[in-house]
Ligand binder design. Structure first.
Ligand code: 9WN
Length: 438
């Protein structure tokens, strides 16, 4: 029980306002992250959104996951964007004519009828599917929800564990910064420096029509994102040969949490789930062996191409706290790191910054180079609770709720002041607010 948490007096109005954001962003089969900046369906956004949506409408939450999984490729990948055909091409870059999924992705089994990107995002989906089921098991069973999503989620994990084990140590690699979801994290600076940027005149950044340039990645970053994505596309989206390959602790911790959720789903469907449980344990051991830095007390990213750990403290390195099976000493160290000078929780910051407060690249407003995000806050809150840190979890939960509402459900906030940055009415901020309220 969360004994330290007192619901704020206006919990009911927070619920109503968050639910309204999700209603406004609903398109009929899925939810957009933000109406103007992100007008399509995004993979990990949808998983977080479903986790909140289940408190408002378990049916819509199930539909959200089903729409996303309906765009899965035959090789098992779940694309990071499922495009809405009624949105104009120039509303978001890169658009379907850049990815050309149904032609360039044919060998990898891209769907013919729906247009998608060709890269992936963090595997939060099985965790989301399990939580959505639990919100209304009767409806879920009546609709055969888990029976239908289980084989797709299993194929997704198979893709990540086999085609994406580029480092050969059992972990999944990301092949593009957009895949890990923290686009311009300082962890990517070194591996990205090896990538020749595409010339700026070859593309047009639609994001700058809506977002302030100081809050967004730079043009140089974009040149490199475009080069990497175009090379991947031109290779038919085959895995193995790209210039960028990184093992990220958050991506892999979410894979492990989702593998544990798949074990529960398997049990619910009458299997034992024990092979999945064993795999989750092996993955946890690999995560520790390959990315834990005992001196810094945080997990680091591993640059598979350049060989070695990237010595930057990012919030992704705290996310493995989410895992109940993490050894006690490592969990304790992570809690101390989160509440120490580099992340400032319970002290200088309101929410954990996306990057080291003392790091050279720290910038409190630029996207994933300092601002605090609500999905990582939600994951840390869960991690604190799982490891018995109820007081600290309660404090973090209160701050998340207060700042989400005060910022009008901002995409991200200044970690010191809580001032809103990026889009407002942002899907996962509203959804995870709803989840924290329940
Ligand atoms: C590129 C949708 C997505 C999030 C990512 C976030 C941002 C896209 C962009 O928006 O990325 O995928 O255009 O910047 O970094 O985590 O899923 O909300």
């Amino acid at each position: 029980p969360d004994i330290a948490y007192d619901p704020p007096p206006d919990a009911a109005s927070a619920h109503v306002r968050a639910a309204r954001v999700l209603a406004d962003n609903w398109t009929g089969g899925s939810t957009v992250p933000a109406r103007s900046l992100y007008p399509h369906q995004w993979s990990w956004d949808s998983a977080f959104i479903a986790i909140g949506l289940r408190h408002v409408s378990p049916l819509r939450a199930q539909t959200e996951m089903e729409t996303l999984l309906g765009a899965q490729w035959d090789d098992g990948r779940i694309p990071h964007i499922v495009f809405n055909p009624s949105v104009p091409l120039d509303a978001y870059f890169p658009s379907p004519d850049f990815w050309r999924s149904s032609t360039a992705g044919r060998a990898a089994g891209a769907p013919r009828t729906v247009q998608t990107s060709g890269i992936v995002q963090p595997p939060v989906h099985a965790l989301a599917a399990w939580l959505v089921h639990r919100a209304d098991p009767g409806l879920s069973r009546a609709r055969g929800f888990l029976t239908r999503v289980y084989p797709r989620l299993a194929a997704w994990h198979r893709y990540l564990l086999h085609r994406r084990d580029l480092g050969g140590g059992g972990l999944a690699s990301v092949v593009h910064p957009w895949e890990q979801g923290m686009d311009n994290s300082p962890a990517w600076d070194a591996p990205l420096a090896r990538v020749t940027p595409a010339p700026a005149r070859t593309f047009r950044r639609a994001d700058l029509d809506h977002g302030s340039p100081e809050d967004r990645p730079t043009d140089l970053d974009y040149g490199r994102y475009v080069r990497l994505a175009a090379d991947y596309r031109d290779g038919g989206y085959a895995d193995g040969g790209g210039a960028f390959a990184v093992e990220d602790p958050a991506f892999n911790a979410l894979l492990i949490a989702s593998e544990q959720a798949l074990a529960r789903i398997a049990r619910e469907l009458g299997a034992t789930g024990s092979a999945r449980q064993a795999r989750a344990e092996r993955l946890t051991a690999a995560l520790i062996e390959r990315t834990w830095d005992p001196a810094r007390g945080i997990f680091l990213c591993r640059d598979v191409r350049g060989g070695g750990l990237i010595p930057e403290r990012c919030v992704s390195g705290l996310i493995p706290l989410l895992l109940p099976t993490l050894p006690r000493d490592i969990a304790d160290r992570l809690v101390r790191t989160a509440h120490g000078p580099h992340f400032g929780l319970g002290g200088t910051t309101r929410l954990a910054p996306s990057y080291d407060l003392l790091g050279e690249a720290f910038d409190p407003h630029r996207y994933w180079r300092g601002p605090a995000w609500f999905n990582t806050g939600w994951l840390l809150e869960r991690g604190l609770r799982v490891h018995g840190e109820h007081q600290r979890a309660g404090a973090l939960r209160a701050a998340l709720l207060e700042l989400a509402v005060a910022s009008d459900f901002a995409e991200y906030v200044d970690p010191y002041t809580g001032a809103a940055c990026g889009a407002t009415g942002f899907g996962w901020t509203a959804a995870l607010t709803l989840d924290l309220l329940h």
